[in-house]
Ligand binder design. Sequence first.
Ligand code: SF4
Length: 464
Amino acid sequence: MAADTHCPYCALQCAMTLTATDASAPASTTDATSPPVAVAGRDFPTNRGGLCKKGWTSAELLASPSRLTAPLVRGADGALNETTWDAALGLVADRLRGIRSEHGADAVGVFGGGGLTNEKAYLLGKFARLALGTSRIDYNGRYCMSSAAAAGNRAFGIDRGLPFPLTDLDDADTILLLGTNVAETMPPFIGHLAGAQEAGGLVVVDPRRTATARLTDDGRGLHVQPAPGTDLVLLLGVAHVVIAERLVDEAYVSARTTGLARLRRGVAQWWPERVQSATGVPAATVRAIARRLAASDRAYILTGRGVEQHVDGTDTATAAINLALLLGLPGRPGSGYGTLTGQGNGQGGREHGQKCDQLPGYRKITDPVARAHVARVWGSTPPRSRGPGCPRSSCWARSVDRAESGPSWCTARTSSCPRRTSPTCDAASSASTCSSCATSCCPRLRPSPTSSCRCCSGPRRRAR
Ligand code: SF4
């Protein structure tokens, strides 16, 4: 027996076929540690039959002896004991009811994830807002693509990860890749870079000599290595050259954009030699990137978390979009701007109502018309869906500040939080934030409350 499906792990969603390995054999004769299904790559536009190691080994999880197959409840003696689903769910429901009646609905937080399907993300949001009545729901995309989403909303009024099929990249003669290492994170992706490589137009911006950077070797492109944290300056410098050398797509810009004068003023101070002194990228390279992009018929600019997850990440993503707009790329066949989604359903996850400020369909929770619409669909009244909650990190900080002991309902399958499988994660009670990057981490991710931040190595302080 075989079933066609997709790899659950990353946004490439590679197609695969699962085949039962030995369905006819009696259980007593099969090896309990071998996966019950075999994985084979299947032809699909994103992966063209290929899979990475994560996909090939995905079925091994099914036979892992450490896989939980039944709920466990900790007894008074501290030991975990197996129980039935009815008993476990009853216990969770009782605890949630008790906490809500004692501390109020907002004492319960819900944390979703980009690994959830659209349907699960939708249901999680509805469950939080109607059943629990809490405004405290957010998902791990808060740390992932928020900068890119904010930049997309700022520039286009909408947040779309990759607004074109991946196969569109195949015909590109220039691709500017910033802050992403697809050769390691989603290897089948690199097949879509072959056209740009052949044209000598793959430009990889990364301080590190990554596997993706090495794809530019042998005349297939350019590896640009700005000093860490200077991606924004580099992009402003490329935009400066585009404007200074009159490479702007004037017809496109005047027909489809506003604010060119402000942009001109913003990039005026970033002439190539000054960019060189700030980033370490030679002025000639800054000019070469601008000229290459402008001379290409089919050019794309793609950003990833490496340039987006900085304190100025929203501005960096905005600068990449502005550069694309100056060149007339978005909306032109064979060209465009996109931000690469990481998790299996990062985009769908944030479209279906598990962000603290959004109802399903990207509807702002503060918009009375949107609230009324969703309430009608849910068969409730608008006041039942509470107002905006707070982003995950500040939610946790506030919990600490108010000494709340309420649980978080954690569903982040791919989160690095080691307590992600616990339905009642009380990590909030000892969360701390980094004074350099404002990241708030699960206390179990760091050896002591005062140790360095795992994101930026900055000093930590107790959340206030
Ligand atoms: S590239 Fe992503 S979707 Fe494809 S097999 Fe690897 S983890 Fe799965």
